[in-house]
Design a protein around this ligand. Structure first.
Ligand SMILES: Cc1ncc(COP(=O)(O)O)c(C=O)c1O
Length: 394
């Protein structure tokens, strides 16, 4: 086994011990150990359930109840022997915190590098710039929006300063799940070539793919695989900010030692625990199915419009990526951007212009809403797009 945490983590991080508080050892009685205010908060209209959350107290730094519940449902999803437990998890303030934490853990600023596969999620680059990390780019296959393992591997072999590879599966803005065989191929080649590199698989949208698609239970089998998930998408909880990092025990211990001890608030963990019970998961799955059904309906209707080209992306997320055409029926950034701005400014419908992303010329990314929202979107889309093209034809 090539993977060696002492060769890849930053030396200063390896020396860290998790922050300890008196509450780690004693949790009952008159608690006067953490300089909290035992008189309680003073906002009006506090409900019974808010009162129960003990908002005057610091939250639990370990969140074992929530972690256990998450492990349980992920372990049940994928058939096979690979299982995870709470020691494989680190929780963060959305997966944006996890993206940043991994860089701070493994990449020495101003010296070492990360690799991304455009078109991809913008926060990897933003965190890279903040952390003074050089960003190496190896584009996806622009036809299939899958990774090209050989190209990534060539870069890694020729540049030992690259420590992390961020892969988004399903991708944003591509909505395309990366094939398992390509992920495994990359992991196996990294091992064969004795490279000390971590593959970070960002699965923010994985629950819009069939159950069992997540690779998070494989982090013990592949020690250099780290998987990120979030409750912001399929669980419809972007507002609570809860991200999950799955990794082998060694990496997980480092990430948990690094994190701010109280990063998950009492409010967040309360809602997250209630949202990951077996009963809530059933309801989540129902809503996911509705979104998937609606995605098909929206796409069908949009693709019938004269100036809408192909669905450029995949069908593995809660959004689509469609090409907007000019009168010569070629993808056109100017028209796509005009459509985006007119929808937002004059019709109060906000989608996302993605035409400047690699391989996404003329593309708009559209999240799938409720059936009512989608109907308004489609009818307004048609009208505005026709108006724009009619004006140009005059
Ligand atoms: C691929 C990807 N990863 C991570 C995130 C961030 O998620 P969170 O809300 O958990 O910070 C997003 C949000 O859009 C995303 O698209």
């Amino acid at each position: 086994m090539t993977f060696d945490i002492t060769k890849i983590a930053r030396p200063n991080i390896l020396t860290l011990e998790p922050y300890r508080c008196a509450r780690d050892d004693f949790t009952e009685g008159i608690l006067l150990d953490a300089n909290e205010n035992t008189h309680g908060p003073s906002f009006s209209g506090m409900t019974e359930s808010e009162n129960k959350l003990e908002l005057n107290r610091y939250p639990d730094p370990h969140q074992q109840v929530l972690k256990k519940q998450i492990c349980e449902f992920r372990n049940n999803e994928r058939i096979g022997e690979d299982k995870i437990d709470i020691n494989n998890l680190c929780l963060g303030v959305g997966s944006d915190e996890s993206i940043d934490a991994l860089m701070r853990c493994f990449i020495s600023p101003g010296k070492e590098k990360m690799l991304i596969c455009p078109p991809t999620y913008g926060m990897y680059s933003i965190c890279g710039v903040v952390n003074d990390v050089e960003i190496v780019k190896v584009p996806l296959d622009l036809e299939t929006f899958d990774i090209i393992p050989e190209n990534i591997l060539n870069k890694l072999i020729n540049d030992p300063l690259i420590k992390l590879v961020y892969i988004t599966s399903p991708g944003n803005p591509t909505a395309k799940k990366i094939s398992e065989s390509n992920v495994f191929k990359l992991l196996e080649e990294i091992e064969k070539n004795s490279l000390n590199v971590i593959i970070v698989l960002d699965e923010a949208y994985i629950d819009f793919s069939p159950i069992g698609s997540s690779l998070c239970t494989l982090v013990n089998k592949y020690p250099n695989l780290v998987v990120l998930q979030t409750l912001s998408k399929a669980f419809a909880l972007a507002g609570i900010r809860l991200g999950i990092t799955y990794s082998n025990y060694q990496i997980s211990k480092l990430l948990n030692s690094m994190k701010y001890p109280y990063n998950i608030s009492n409010l967040t963990s309360d809602i997250a625990i209630r949202s990951t019970t077996a009963e809530s998961l059933k309801e989540t799955k129902n809503k996911i199915n509705k979104i998937i059904e609606q995605r098909g309906i929206v796409l069908d209707k949009l693709l019938k419009l004269k100036y809408v080209g192909q669905n450029k992306g995949g069908l593995n997320a809660n959004f689509i990526l469609v090409e907007i055409l000019n009168k010569d029926l070629k993808p056109d950034n100017e028209i796509a951007n005009k459509l985006y701005l007119t929808l937002a400014k004059e019709n109060k419908i906000v989608v996302r212009f993605r035409g400047n992303e690699l391989g996404c010329n003329g593309c708009l990314r559209i999240s799938i809403g409720t059936s009512e929202e989608n109907e308004i979107l489609v009818s307004t889309f048609e009208k505005v797009l026709n108006d724009i093209n009619n004006q140009l034809e005059l």
